[in-house]
Design a protein around this ligand. Structure first.
Ligand code: C2E
Ligand code: MG
Ligand code: MG
Length: 262
């Protein structure tokens, strides 16, 4: 196992320079109609030796080695460049969401990287959303608060990914410029049928509503889940019921098709 890990580590270090990463985009849709509103960028790693890998297999490692900083910056740059192309093509994609690691918050000047990318691509801050995990909030040093402040001034949207899975210290929700909570798919899995999971979904939707935050449901796989969410007042979601992560061309085709229907 050690050998394998070492090998993956070596491959990972060279992956960026070898152009082995690409992004897929999962539609975030209006649950009622299925209309695509936004996109979440998800990284994929295709290595000649190791094959195609999902982020679950390498993000942790990249966080440990520190490679995540460079990879994360590449993802940010690539997603914004793609967003720029869609806008130039007249496609109504309102925002792209990018996952950021806690390491990007603490290790690097994230505020400055985001500012530069927005400037280079000519996008307004409102066209970009950053998805953070609660891990970021565990060590909210003065530096972290500073990054939040810079991002707020850039007009970037911030959401908490996998909400409910982690530390869920609710205190930060009113202190930090958070716009949305992403209801973890962990809980949606138990819908319908598992009363405790359904109760958590309801509670998360309630917290969001009370605090004036948006909710995005992840991992929507069935009509029953969609109906349940609509009854809770959750308006936006993503999941295999609508689409998995799509290559940029496929994503554009979908949005274009819905534009023709309108
Ligand atoms: P996430 O941000 O919570 O993304 C949701 C994950 O669930 C994605 O897996 C997506 O493909 C998958 N998914 C979407 N709809 C469904 C569904 O209906 N059912 C089920 N079972 N799964 C669904 P993926 O792409 O493998 O990404 C896994 C995680 O890796 C992400 O979770 C995110 O935390 C992380 N990640 C992905 N891209 C990046 C990135 O560029 N940077 C960083 N730091 N992390 C990333
Ligand atoms: Mg995410
Ligand atoms: Mg998630």
């Amino acid at each position: 196992r050690q050998q394998e890990r070492l090998n993956t580590e070596t491959q990972l270090r060279r992956a960026l320079d070898n152009g082995e990463f690409h992004l897929v985009y999962q539609p975030q849709v209006e649950l009622r109609t299925g209309r695509v509103l936004y996109a979440e960028a998800l990284v994929r790693w295709r290595n000649p030796q190791l094959g195609e890998m999902r982020p679950d297999h390498f993000i942790d490692l990249a966080e440990t080695t520190g490679d995540i900083i460079r990879i994360g910056n590449w993802v940010l740059q690539e997603a914004c460049t793609q967003m720029r192309r869609w806008r130039e093509a007249g496609l109504p994609v309102h925002r792209v969401a990018v996952n950021v690691s806690y390491r990007q918050f603490t290790g690097d000047n994230l505020g400055e990287s985001v500012r530069r990318v927005l400037e280079q691509t000519g996008l307004p801050g409102s066209a970009l959303e950053l998805e953070l995990t609660e891990r970021v909030l565990v060590d909210d040093t003065p530096d972290t608060l500073d990054v939040f402040d810079q991002l707020r001034r850039l007009g970037v949207q911030l959401s908490i990914d996998d909400f409910g899975e982690g530390y869920s210290a609710l205190n930060y929700l009113r202190r930090l410029p958070i716009h949305a909570l992403k209801l973890s798919q962990l809980f949606l899995k138990g819908v319908p049928g598992k009363p405790s999971d359904m109760a958590i979904c309801q509670a998360v939707a309630g917290i969001a509503t009370s605090l004036g935050l948006d909710v995005v449901a992840e991992g929507v796989e069935t009509e029953a889940q969609r109906d349940f969410l609509l009854r809770l007042g959750v308006k936006v979601g993503q999941g295999f019921l609508f689409a998995p992560g799509l290559l940029p061309g496929e994503f554009a085709k979908r949005v274009a098709a819905q534009q023709e229907q309108a």
